[in-house]
Design a protein around this ligand. Structure first.
Ligand SMILES: *Cc1c(COP(=O)(O)O)cnc(C)c1O
Length: 448
């Protein structure tokens, strides 16, 4: 940990979880009652606590309880909560211009973001970007562009993938419940193929790729497919890291068959895994990359970045929207990129991997409920099963999540069977904070 980071955390005096009321506290309970009267029940509430303010890896709720945040706003707060430089950039830009609509009157921050994305996404060729508002919107646009570029209609995705909650992206998700059930008809022309999940399928990268490709060739036909959309590390699916050689084999097949390879890096991108984009770990250079969660330091913004000739296949007016590439969000992205460099956060992600992997491997050795520990950088998961049957156990993941909450630690579940806990902390989280979190997990497993 650098001095800068710890002194910034010390500024708010909060480094450890500290609970001063029952959880949820009285003020959170009041807000929860107001929420239930007025917020749609379709929006879930993982934790019944309400945030007042936050810094680095600590969230303070409206009752003054301090929580250690391992959720990072689902991988959004890569830079840490209320990073000084990001907050300043937002305030400065808000006082200059908050909106013109880029297509009406442009502004420099939009162009700067596209330049940064061109520089930091994989691939050494001319790249262009379009900026939008959410990860799902980025995926929608990637598909639109790939269809226009290829003149083809069909979309290929992988089992256990997640791409959003719009009509098209819901159809692209593996889990129909809760994302699609009852909301149909969902978009058609989406084809789901088996993925690579070495812990579960035991296949080598080559074997898994052959299974995926055979499925798509038989069920769809390579010549019909506009794009293959793949998360290099599956996020909601449970931080599934594909076997070595899997992604390069898919990429080669795409290129042999005129299919656009889209890497959905909405969760894995922006320094999260110790590289700017996770595709780098697998030696692949995608045709298009979607990014969103971590790039704006909490501000809503997303992007599709790709080969210039593909990105230019849309006619003028075909891409965009009212708020896409908002100037304040763009200013935040520019500050996030510069803070990642200044604080050396790519190296911090590798430090986090080391600390978490050794802590969680320790749990795996002690508790037969732990089936697997995996991940890259600050994207680490622990998967649970019933030791007697070997079946996925969502109950253990849920019980541990509830136990951690009562100890002041916020952590998310994941996995198509809900049996995974995922660590997605800010890259400024300290080793002692991580060790504290692992100790809470150990005590929780002990108590089960
Ligand atoms: C979160 C996520 C999305 C959807 O992003 P939203 O901003 O929630 O629309 C798409 N793809 C991946 C891989 C994600 O993790």
């Amino acid at each position: 940990m650098t001095d800068t980071l710890s002194s910034r955390s010390a500024k708010t005096g909060a480094l450890s979880p500290r609970l001063i009321t029952e959880i949820p506290g009285p003020e959170s309970q009041k807000l929860h009652a107001r929420r239930q009267a007025t917020v749609s029940g379709g929006v879930s509430a993982t934790f019944p606590v309400y945030a007042a303010h936050a810094h680095d890896a600590i969230i303070v709720d409206v009752d003054g309880n301090q929580f250690l945040d391992l959720t990072g706003g689902i991988g959004v707060m890569t830079i840490g909560h209320t990073n000084d430089a990001v907050v300043d950039a937002i305030a400065e830009q808000a006082a200059k211009v908050t909106h013109t609509l880029f297509a009406v009157a442009g502004y420099e921050p939009y162009i700067e973001v596209c330049e940064l994305l061109a520089r930091h996404t994989p691939g050494d060729f001319a790249k262009k970007s379009v900026l939008v508002n959410s990860g799902a919107e980025a995926v929608e646009n990637a598909v639109k562009i790939a269809r226009k570029h290829t003149g083809r209609t069909e979309i290929a995705v992988l089992h256990h993938g997640y791409h959003g909650r719009t009509n098209l992206t819901s159809a692209m998700n593996y889990n129909m419940h809760p994302y699609g059930t009852g909301f149909g008809p969902l978009a058609g022309s989406v084809h789901h193929a088996p993925n690579s999940s070495p812990f579960h399928d035991g296949l080598s990268g080559e074997e898994a790729a052959e299974r995926t490709i055979t499925h798509l060739e038989k069920r769809v036909g390579a010549s019909q497919i506009a794009c293959l959309v793949v998360e290099p590390i599956q996020g909601e699916g449970g931080f599934i890291v594909p076997a070595k050689g899997y992604l390069p084999a898919l990429l080669k097949w795409c290129h042999d068959n005129g299919i656009v390879y889209v890497s959905d890096e909405v969760q894995s991108g922006m320094a999260r895994t110790g590289s700017y984009f996770a595709s780098d770990h697998f030696g692949i250079v995608p045709d298009m990359v979607t990014s969103a969660k971590g790039i704006g330091g909490g501000m809503p913004i997303a992007a599709v970045t790709g080969r210039a000739e593909i990105m230019d296949s849309s006619h003028p007016g075909g891409l965009g929207g009212t708020f896409g590439g908002n100037p304040v969000s763009c200013a935040a992205v520019v500050a996030v990129f510069s803070e990642v460099e200044r604080l050396g956060l790519l190296a911090e992600a590798k430090r986090i991997e080391k600390t978490l992997m050794s802590g969680l491997d320790g749990l795996k050795n002690r508790f037969p409920h732990v089936a697997d520990v995996r991940g890259i950088g600050a994207m680490i998961a622990i998967e649970f099963h019933d030791p007697a049957t070997g079946k996925p156990s969502a109950d253990i993941a849920k019980a541990l999540q509830a136990y951690a909450l009562q100890q002041g630690v916020l952590i998310l579940t994941a996995g198509s069977f809900g049996n995974v806990l995922r660590f997605l902390p800010s890259l400024v989280i300290t080793d002692s904070q991580l060790e504290e979190a692992v100790a809470v997990m150990a005590a929780g497993l002990e108590s089960l």
